[in-house]
Design a protein around this ligand. Sequence first.
Ligand code: SF4
Length: 453
Amino acid sequence: MSDSSNTPKVGFVSLGCPKALVDSEQILTQLRAEGYETAKSYEGADLVIVNTCGFIDAAVQESLDAIGEALHENGKVIVTGCLGAKKDAQGHDMIRSIHPKVLEVTGPHALTEVMTAVHRHLPKPHDPFLDLVPAQGVKLTPKHFAYLKISEGCNHRCSFCIIPSMRGDLVSRPIADLMLEAENLFKAGVKELLVISQDTSAYGVDVKFRVGFWNGKPVKTHMTQLVEALGELARNYGAWVRLHYVYPYPHVDQIIPLMQEGIILPYLDVPLQHAHPEVLKRMKRPASGEKNLDRILAWRTMCPDITIRSTLIAGFPGETEEQFNYLLEFLKEAEIDRLGCFAYSPVEGATANALDNPVPDEIREDRRGRVMELQEQISKKRLKAKVGRTLRVLLDDVNRQGGTGRSSADAPEIDGVVYVKPYFEPHKKLLVGEFVDVKVTTSDAHDLWAEPV
Ligand code: SF4
């Protein structure tokens, strides 16, 4: 056995979106596989890795502050993640110009480079305990849900986004690897699998939808086949599969029947960003030519229980009052269930910065406020329609007052929740990570209240 006091310890700071979280999990899994320990404090660590986010200016600042703090508290810092790929106005590596003392900098999704940097500055322990790593790897999410990242990068070039310049073009993970990872997660007790990527509908495009194998059967590297296989696998473990970042291409229609049949959750996260064709064109959005309203209404006919989540940008350069009103009308008709709306904010390096007719700050904010006001009414109405219904809820938290959980309509951290009363019968207990059937008693504009049935 190794002496734990001699085991090299690595501190880890993980910032950013679920995709960055998956990168963090892969690095932590590898560290554990090689026998490193993770330290809970800066002082206890021999070295600190900071996984950064560079998507919007606030995230850049948060990442730079985290690097500064790690340097101050520990001194030995390796930086990875999206900000690592970012250049400053002079074309120099941004992190090195601000924090020249960092040991190494890599971009996102750079497991091998990060591990090489770790080996250089904190040599591997002599006797790695490979068998100490659980088959499902090290998860940063609670035990009952996990993210499955199906691809890296993106082939689109939306004018407001710099992700492709940081993460590169689409690279789909082999379907057999994904199925194996999902199976290990379900075996380890995961009850909800959240499928993520930059563009889930594009899965397999880069490998021309080549055929892979799972359990001896051929499965195409294609979103529909992947989702079907994941749904069937999840069913065997009594678990849920939820899809994020799906663009409204025609082939997405093929997965709606899987939702209606209960193979995957009736939930679709479709980042629309706008509704007006001219604005979408200026944004260079994928599927901008699709008739999104017709498509959404058709999905609702095919699967009446479907929850649609989306994000919008208000005040994009050149957006006229008329185009903005078109967006409001779209919202009224589409009745998106869950919506986030951002006032347009220029991101350094994005081509949208060069577009004519920027919308003044106060108008962008005002439009964002108007979208959210309308959304509040829509959400309130749609949630009210659930009062009296029985829903299945996955519990994230339990205390003496009852539990907090999520139904098929609620993704963790971004959507609302269902507050569940304790069981009336004293011998029955609500448990974290367990499903419970509840009857909805009350609603507001975001959340539901319910009692176990
Ligand atoms: S689809 Fe557009 S917004 Fe999404 S990552 Fe690709 S370029 Fe960025």
